[in-house]
Design a protein around this ligand. Structure first.
Ligand SMILES: NC(=O)C1=CN([C@@H]2O[C@H](COP(=O)(O)OP(=O)(O)OC[C@H]3O[C@@H](n4cnc5c(N)ncnc54)[C@H](OP(=O)(O)O)[C@@H]3O)[C@@H](O)[C@H]2O)C=CC1
Ligand SMILES: CC(=O)N[C@@H](CCC(=O)OP(=O)(O)O)C(=O)O
Length: 338
C-alpha cells in the first residue's frame, strides 16, 4: 500500500481527498494534519466531516512548517490542501527532504515570478522549484507526472477551461487573432471552508467577481499557450463549475475537424466524457469527470464549448488522486470510478 499524509485535512479539498484515499484499493492514510495553531487541532476528523463517521477514525494533528520534514520519513507522499502561502514553504521542505508532494494550492502553478507577484501578492522565493514543478493536468501531462516528485495540481476553473480548450489549441484550430472568451460559474465550496462575509448564505446570489484580475486567467494563459479572457462568477449552490467558452475557429476549420480533435485527444482517458448533450453541474456533482460538449456556428465561424466539473473532485482532490495514481504506477482512474 502507498501511505500518504494530508495537510489541510479539515478543509473541503482535504476532506474529499481523505475520503478518496480511504476507499482506494492501493493507498492508505498515514496521517491527517492541520496548522500548528488550528482551532481544530486534536479534534476527530469525523467530528468536522460527519459523512465519514464510523469510517475514517482519525485525529487532526497540528503541524508546523518546520515539522513537515518529519512526515517525509513516515509516508510515501504528502498532499498539501493548504493556502498558497503555506504551500510555498512546505513544498520546499518536502522536496529538500527527498519526499513526493502533490500541492493543491496555486503556489507552484505559474513560472513567471512577476505574474505570481501581481496575482498572488507575494514574491516567490523558490524559482528553481517553480521550474521543477510539473503541472498536474492529468490527461495532458501524464508522462511528466509519472516521473516527478513535485506535482502542482491545477486550479478548479483552469481544469474545466483547459480540458475544453487544449484539444483545439494543440490542433491549431483557434483563430489566434480573436481571444477565446470564458464565462464560468462556481459553487461556494470553491472558496474553501473558512468563514467570509462574501461567501455567507445571505450574501451569495449569482454575481461576477475577479473581473479581469482573477489569478486563474494567467494560469489558463500559460498552460493553454495563448491568452484568453476569463470571467468567474459565484453561484448559490455548493459544488460544481460550469464554464462556457466562445471562440473563433481558424479560417477554414470546420465542425468535422473539431469533432475529430476532441475524439483523438481524449481517446483512452475515461475521466473526460465527450457528451452528446450540454453538460450540467448535476451530471458531474460528486463525480471525478469533466464533461464537454460543443457546437459550431457555420454562419459566424464561432464555436461554443461548455465544460463542467465538480470543483472539489476533478477540480482538486479527484485530479490530485489521478496524479498520485500516475506517479505510483497505477491507471489514472484507479479508485476513482467503480
Ligand atoms: N475549494 C476548491 O474548490 C479548490 C481549492 N483549491 C486549493 O486547495 C487548497 C485548499 O483549499 P480548500 O480545501 O478549499 O481550503 P479550506 O479553507 O477549506 O481548507 C484549508 C485547510 O488548510 C489548513 N491550513 C491552513 N493554514 C495552514 C498551515 N499553515 N499549515 C497547515 N494547514 C493549514 C486549514 O486548517 P486550519 O486553518 O484549521 O489549520 C484547512 O484544513 C487551497 O490552496 C485552494 O486554493 C484548489 C482547487 C479547488
Ligand atoms: C468560488 C471561489 O471562490 N473559487 C476560488 C477558486 C478555487 C480554486 O480552484 O483555486 P485555487 O487553487 O487557485 O485557489 C476563487 O475564485 O478564488
Amino acid at each position: 500500500m502507498v501511505r500518504v499524509s494530508i495537510v489541510g485535512a479539515s478543509g473541503y479539498t482535504g476532506a474529499e481527498l481523505a475520503g478518496l484515499i480511504h476507499k482506494h484499493p492501493e493507498f492508505e492514510i498515514a496521517g491527517l494534519y492541520v496548522s500548528e495553531n488550528s482551532n481544530d487541532a486534536y479534534k476527530a476528523f469525523s467530528a468536522i466531516h460527519g459523512q465519514f463517521a464510523y469510517q475514517i477514525d482519525r485525529t487532526l494533528i497540528p503541524i508546523s512548517e518546520k515539522q513537515i520534514t518529519k512526515l517525509v520519513a513516515e509516508c510515501d507522499a504528502i498532499f498539501l490542501c493548504t493556502p498558497h502561502e503555506a504551500s510555498v514553504e512546505m513544498v520546499r521542505r518536502i522536496i529538500e527532504a527527498g519526499g513526493v508532494v502533490f500541492d493543491l494550492s496555486g503556489a507552484y502553478r505559474l513560472s513567471d515570478l512577476s505574474v505570481i507577484n501581481e496575482y498572488y501578492g507575494f514574491s516567490h522565493k523558490y524559482p528553481d522549484l517553480l521550474n521543477q514543478a510539473v503541472y498536474g493536468l492529468a490527461e495532458w501531462n501524464h508522462a511528466d507526472i509519472r516521473k516527478s516528485n513535485l506535482i502542482s495540481v491545477p486550479g478548479c476553473y483552469p481544469t474545466a477551461c483547459l480540458s475544453a480548450l487544449k484539444p483545439l489549441q494543440e490542433a491549431k484550430l483557434i483563430d489566434s487573432n480573436v481571444l477565446p472568451i470564458i464565462n464560468a460559474t462556481s459553487g461556494v465550496t470553491g472558496a474553501g471552508r473558512k468563514a467570509a462575509i462574501s461567501n455567507s448564505f445571505c450574501e451569495v446570489s449569482l454575481h461576477p467577481y475577479g473581473v479581469l484580475s482573477h489569478r486563474h486567467q494567467p494560469e489558463i494563459n500559460e498552460h493553454l499557450g495563448t491568452p484568453v479572457i476569463f470571467t468567474p462568477h459565484l453561484g448559490n449552490f455548493k459544488r460544481g463549475i460550469l464554464a462556457t467558452t466562445t471562440l473563433k475557429l481558424a479560417d477554414g476549420a470546420n465542425a468535422k475537424q473539431v469533432n475529430q480533435v476532441y475524439k483523438e485527444a481524449y481517446e483512452g482517458h475515461p475521466l473526460v466524457r465527450l457528451r452528446q448533450a450540454w453538460p450540467s453541474i448535476q451530471a458531474v456533482e460528486r463525480t471525478p469527470f469533466v464533461d464537454i460538449h460543443w457546437q459550431f456556428d457555420e454562419k459566424t465561424g464561432y464555436l461554443i464549448v461548455i465544460s463542467a466539473i465538480d470543483n472539489l473532485l476533478k477540480g482538486a482532490a479527484g485530479q490530485a488522486m489521478q496524479c498520485a495514481n500516475l506517479r505510483f504506477g497505477f491507471a489514472a482512474d484507479r479508485g476513482l470510478v467503480n
